[in-house]
Unconditional design. Structure first.
Length: 152
């Protein structure tokens, strides 16, 4: 087993991956890790997709997200947390009016538009490959149900 472990560590691609991770941050709060985490959570990508259609007020955004999501509702607190994280990283701009009561709206920044474009490409790839993913899932479940050993 020690030989197999050494062989993977000796691969040039592993060395390149190590250098890339060291250059772009391996810390938990490094942008490369946090942004990927945001895109993988339950709400952030959907927020990006909605804001790509134009600016939205908080209540409007919450209502639209509830209508689009299988979960049916996002709490006000969760939406606020997600919007703050997106604003912190420069993906979302927050606009507040001085009206009484104040109105707050959110829109994608230039950086946010770029992130949305990349997320849309990934979504397109997933949609294009959905039949293959579905087939792999079915095969996996069939093997599991037959009691065959699963790959590790």
């Amino acid at each position: 087993m020690g030989d197999a472990r050494n062989s993977i560590l000796e691969r040039p691609a592993i060395a390149a991956l190590t250098a890339q991770m060291q250059a772009h941050g391996t810390d938990r709060d490094a942008p490369v890790r946090e942004v990927m985490g945001l895109l993988g959570d339950r709400w952030t990508t959907l927020i990006l997709l909605v804001l790509a259609t134009g600016a939205c007020r908080h209540a409007e955004l919450r209502r639209v997200l509830g209508g689009l999501s299988e979960e049916k509702a996002i709490s006000q607190r969760m939406l606020t947390l997600k919007l703050r994280a997106l604003e912190r990283d420069g993906f979302v701009l927050r606009q507040a009016t001085t009206h009484v009561p104040p109105q707050v709206s959110y829109e994608l920044s230039e950086l946010g538009v770029g992130l949305h474009q990349q997320a849309a490409k990934l979504i397109g790839w997933i949609e294009e490959n959905s039949p293959a993913i579905g087939a792999a899932r079915s095969g996996f479940l069939a093997e599991r149900d037959q009691g065959l050993p699963l790959p590790r």
